[in-house]
Write a protein that binds this ligand. Sequence first.
Ligand code: PLP
Length: 425
Amino acid sequence: MSNSIETKCLHAGYEPKNGEPRSLPIYQSTTFKYDSSDDMGKLFDLEASGYFYTRLQNPSNDLVAAKLTEMEGGYAGMLTSSGQAANFYAVFNICEAGDHFIASSSIYGGTFNLFGVTMKKMGIECTFVDQSLSYEELSKYFKPNTKCVFGETITNPTCNVLDFEKFSKLAHDHGVPLIIDNTFATPINCRPIEHGADIVTHSTTKYIDGHASSVGGAIIDSGNFDWLKDREKFPGLTTPDDSYHGIIYAEKFGKAAYITKATSQLMRDLGSIQAPQNSFYIQLGLESLHVRMQRHCENALKIAKFLESNDKVAWVNYPDLESSPSYELAKKYLPNGSCGVLCFGVKADREGQNRFMDGLKLATIATHVADCKTMLLHPASHTHRQLTEEQLKEAGIPSDLIRFSVGLENADDIIEDIKQALELI
Ligand SMILES: *Cc1c(COP(=O)(O)O)cnc(C)c1O
């Protein structure tokens, strides 16, 4: 289908045949029935494709993954139980103990911890880099054992846009794939594969679900990266997997190698599956995603402009504001709007900041973002509470940063709420 993205939201992935359910069926079954032992044996050898156990694959999950894959312009995709699982699998499918990779230091705190602490314990080293450095400066961080580069389309919580041209050139000149977490932009506003990314990840928990109903993640592979070109670098994909009679993923599955390996090896062994019931909710979210994203962006821009003009507000960063350091990149890569998340600081000490946040009535304090309801969070006293001022600075998070996730309410109501809370400072 060469349909536009809006139509894909509704129709991609699942196309019911005569007499089949119009809505996505929930295959609430752990297992699948076969007529012969031989039929089932072929599945275990990866000689035939089909379902045998939901820990590896489930039709509801696959239909939703197929929709998201089409929306991102990818070749193959899979769902995971969370965004954390998606980012872990995306990197771990390439890197093993002794390997190194590079990530932007401005990525989501949960991913920062996963890469910098937990994966380090597994023998995988991550170097965090300032994504605004030049191509030449960033090139210095590559080592012979560097296996991939990771960044976010729009960084959470600092709301900066990645320079795709610089990062895809950087990764590809060094013979490694570029992995992009596209959670904040969603495929409605940006499709990283069109800008040189090889693999895209999502926390579907955010805008894709959109209604704070289910935690989830996704990985979409473009199929564009040639694992065999420098096969020594990617042994997991280019040498025999003994657990499947010596299959070599890149040789046997071509463009589907990466997702086939992640499913048949990582899902099999680690089991971070999405629940079929949650896939149904994600599917509902995807159907209206294009309408919601448009309104999120309209509302956020109005609120960003209001904040910018208010003298109790110290600073604002929203990619679609001309004053944003990301404005030019946003125009280039997100011409239809960025997302509904913005960040700002108010002119007050910590106590005054708290009076402002506690004084909001419509916007609620929540550990969540990119949702249909307006919510906010103060990283320095919530998600990044353990960090010192110095560490916050290293992560590029000003201690007064308020992450404000603009919902689908009437924008004037949100502005009124902010106005009355600013009076309390
Ligand atoms: C929330 C988030 C994640 C983690 O996703 P979960 O679904 O909460 O596990 C990863 N990346 C970004 C950009 C996020 O906002």
